[in-house]
Design a protein around this ligand. Structure first.
Ligand code: SF4
Length: 318
């Protein structure tokens, strides 16, 4: 089991440091691809209108939004990553919508196409989905890319561990369905990531801290993406918020929450993300008035100044 110092200098296992360590110091970047999928919570099979906090555009880069052809998205994405960040290796990341929401033979065609574009420099495939859109056939398909030498992440939305919240946000998927999906991949060779949202106004701090216990009990969870609730244009919650604003995290409050949460998290889990940030033209609240890099620095420094160490509380109680 790893410790924070194995992977980086921060208060938590930082994904950037993890990648650097894994790929011999090479600069590895995720190239986001919009495969043109929809989502069962939008097309009517589970619901209409989507999860109440969601506007897919708010987490899809402009380049992918405007470029429907996969090849073009990947070629341009790689070009930008090389020019802007001296990137050397790439992970193809199917992010927007539900990227396993199609028959396995169709998914295979799409993943194969994406992975054929720069095979010499692509080291991984990352697929974001909902827990109710994964089955044994799709797990086997994803594992076939592990056989080809790629690292494959399967990212699933947990969002909240409380069904009451999942109902309130029109998630169309229960926590038990996430647990079922986690059981399905328990012995797979996929790297599993779960995505959570903190700050639903009806969840107390104590309730949110309990997410850590739930994540910790699944050893197959390797990565987490932690987000604060942000309200975006084009979402149901955006309309609700404008009509009747409610409390959202300030950056200080959110960081103080993370300072309590991170010590509870299993020390081997790698944190891919600590917050989310929609484009400012879509963001309604909270507007912290900072660039992404400034928010990251603020949070990292404050966590460090508080002496936060991932897993310190978890290790104290096991
Ligand atoms: S958050 Fe995911 S599952 Fe929910 S509506 Fe948006 S794309 Fe669909």
């Amino acid at each position: 089991m790893g410790t924070p110092v194995d992977f980086g200098q921060r208060s938590y296992n930082h994904y950037g440091a993890y990648l650097k360590n894994k790929y011999d110091g090479k600069r590895v970047f995720k190239i986001i691809v919009d495969g043109g999928f929809t989502c069962p919570n939008r097309d009517g099979s589970k619901g209409y209108g989507g999860c109440s906090y969601c506007n897919v555009d708010s987490f899809t880069p402009e380049l992918s939004r405007k470029t429907p052809v996969i090849r073009e998205q990947i070629e341009k994405g790689i070009e930008r990553a090389v020019k802007g960040y001296a990137a050397e290796k790439f992970i193809i990341y199917f992010q927007p919508n539900t990227n396993t929401y199609a028959p396995a033979h169709f998914l295979k065609m799409m993943y194969n196409e994406a992975l054929s574009i720069a095979p010499e420099n692509v080291v991984g495939l990352s697929v974001g989905t909902r827990p109710d859109c994964i089955d044994a056939e799709k797990v086997a398909l994803l594992e076939s890319y592990v056989d080809r030498g790629l690292h494959v992440d399967l990212e699933m939305g947990m969002e909240s561990i409380y069904n009451d919240t999942l109902n309130q946000i029109n998630r169309g998927c229960s926590h038990e369905e996430l647990v079922q999906a986690l059981n399905l991949v328990e012995n797979s060779r996929l790297d599993i990531c779960v995505h959570t949202i903190f700050g639903f106004p009806w969840e107390s701090k104590e309730m949110m801290l309990k997410y850590a216990d739930e994540i910790n009990r699944f050893p197959q969870i390797k990565f987490v993406k932690l987000h604060h609730l942000h309200i975006v244009e084009g979402s149901i919650m955006g309309v609700q918020y404008k009509r009747n604003p409610f409390k959202v995290f300030s950056i200080e409050e959110y960081t103080d929450f993370l300072a309590e949460f991170i010590p509870l998290l299993r020390p081997d889990i790698v944190v891919q993300r600590l917050f989310g940030l929609a484009d400012y033209d879509l963001l309604i609240a909270p507007n912290w008035g900072m660039k992404k890099s400034q928010i990251q620095t603020y949070i990292d420094k404050r966590l460090e100044s508080k002496g936060v160490v991932q897993g310190s509380e978890y290790l104290a109680i096991i």
